[in-house]
Each structure stands twice: as C-alpha cells, then as structure tokens.
Design a protein around this ligand. Structure first.
Ligand code: SF4
Length: 283
C-alpha cells in the first residue's frame, strides 16, 4: 500500500487540456517510425507519394502547432486512478470535461460533437467519453485520444459463434477492413478485441490502439501470430495509402483478448486512421 496522495482537480484540467492540444498537433514517434518504414516498403509510386505527403503534413502540423487533420475527433479519455489518490478541489469528471472544453476552445480545434437526432452541435466538443479504471498506487494516469469519425465509422462488433474460432476471427477482421476501403484514411491501425461481453470487446479493441504501434502482443504468443497473419491478409487487399492502391493498407494489427462466455465469441474491430493520436501523462 502506498501513502495517500492528494491531486488537485485544477491540475487535472490543465493536464487534460495540454494533452489534447499536443495530441491534435503531434504524432508519436512510434507512428512516425512505422509511416517512414511504410514509405520504404510501399511498392506503388502513388502510394509512396501519399505517404511522403502524410509525413510532410505531420512535420508542418508540429512546427506550426496546427491540427494534423480537420477532424479533431471525439475526446476519449482513459483514466487509471490509483486507489490511494485523493482528488481535491473539485470533481474529477468535471475537471476532465473542463480540460477538453478549454483545449478545443483555446486551440481552435473543430468542435465535432452533436445531438444524434437533431444534429445540433454541442459547441464545445463535449461530452467526452471517459473510461476509468481503479489501479494500485497513488498516481493518476491520463490518456487523451482524439478519435476521428471517419475511422470510427468503419469499426464494428460481431457476436461470432464459438465454432468460428481462430479462422472465423481472421475472416471477420479482414472483411471489416475490406468493406471499409478508403473510408478510414489508410494506412490504418486495426485494434481488435476478442472475448468478454459485447461492450467489453469493443473497449478491448479501443485499448489495443493505445499500445505503441507495431509493438506485438507479448502476453500471448497466439495473439502475436494472429496479429501477423491478419496484417498479412489485410495488406494483400490492395487498398493502399488513402485507397490509391498498394501493399500498405495497415501499419499494424493489435489484438487484446479476455475470456468469454462458453456460448459466445465476441469480436470487435476498432479502426484507427494514420492520424493515430494519443498522449499520456502520469500525475
Ligand atoms: S479518419 Fe483520420 S485522417 Fe481521416 S478525416 Fe478522420 S481523423 Fe482525419
């Protein structure tokens, strides 16, 4: 057990604001490295040209502190709250929401959230989607993920029959990417969640996207093999960078898994475009 530590909610607000400002203007070194590698391995000349433009765009965005893309995303926030953290001077969720609001206002980031029926814009990019886990310790980890609509739209969940097995999972994921075509702005990163319940598989698929891009699942050799086999199949589809054809449709496939009910085999695919934005801090 660690000593109880106080963390002030206004500190959380500042951290969340900074994370969304940075995430929207800077890609992580892991993403840049796989994009550079893709530029070397792509056999299509047009595909290589697209990848060069993507890399130039990331450099301009970083230099000028401008958004990497016009779609500055749905604000998804993952919190890992140490059980020995005492949050003071406010309400944690309200502090997170205020950080999001300030980032999108002060950073002139596009507000992209609306009422699903009236389509009226909420004008402040709120609400945020907040996933919170209680963990041991006295630290607070915050991960900010602005999630673009184009790639989120191409995601999906299937309740496969258990007999579908390993090959059925592969077929479902590859078919999801084939059907998406150029819509999620490839090259993409494919997050896959297997097992749990319907909502848990979707959350696993999203959490899989938080792993450094291209870092294999080192907890389970079967999943490492599944990631490689699905990536191979996807890159045979010929969709290529931005859908102009080529061998780099996906930069990585990242799978997370948990046990499921004996009658079920839930599989979720969360597609992430090449603007794979997430930043984190530990308070
Ligand atoms: S899918 Fe990604 S790259 Fe395409 S418009 Fe949305 S955020 Fe931008």
């Amino acid at each position: 057990m660690t000593a109880i530590r106080e963390i002030s909610c206004p500190v959380v607000t500042d951290a969340v604001k900074q994370l969304f400002l940075e995430a929207n203007t800077m890609l992580g070194e892991d993403v840049l490295a796989v994009l550079e590698k893709a530029r070397k391995t792509e056999i299509s000349e047009l595909g290589r040209h697209v990848l060069a433009q993507i890399l130039e765009n990331t450099a301009i965005a970083k230099e000028s502190a401008m958004p990497l893309c016009q779609d500055t995303g749905f604000a998804v926030v993952f919190l890992e709250i140490g059980q020995d953290v005492h949050l003071v001077e406010g309400d944690l969720y309200e502090a997170v929401r205020e950080g999001v609001r300030l980032a999108y206002a002060d950073g002139y980031l596009r507000k992209s959230i609306c009422d699903p029926l009236s389509r009226d814009n909420t004008q402040n990019n709120l609400p945020a989607v907040i996933h919170a886990d209680i963990v041991p310790g006295n630290r607070l980890k915050i991960i900010a993920m602005p999630k673009g609509g184009g790639s989120e739209n191409m995601s999906g969940t299937a309740m496969l029959v258990p007999a579908a097995g390993y090959e059925g999972i592969k077929r479902y994921v590859v078919e999801q990417v084939r059907a998406a075509g150029s819509n999620p702005c490839p090259p993409i990163i494919v997050g896959v969640g297997i097992g749990g319940t319907i909502e848990q598989s979707a959350l696993l698929a999203k959490k899989a996207l938080l792993r450094p891009v291209g870092q294999p699942n080192d907890k389970d050799e079967r999943l490492h093999r599944l990631e490689q086999e699905i990536l191979h199949e996807i890159n045979k589809l010929g969709i290529g960078p931005q859908g102009y054809g080529g061998v780099v449709t996906a930069l990585a496939v990242q799978v997370e898994m948990m046990p499921c009910h004996i009658a079920s085999l839930p599989v979720s695919v969360n597609i992430q475009c090449h603007v794979a934005r997430h930043r984190e801090v530990i308070l």
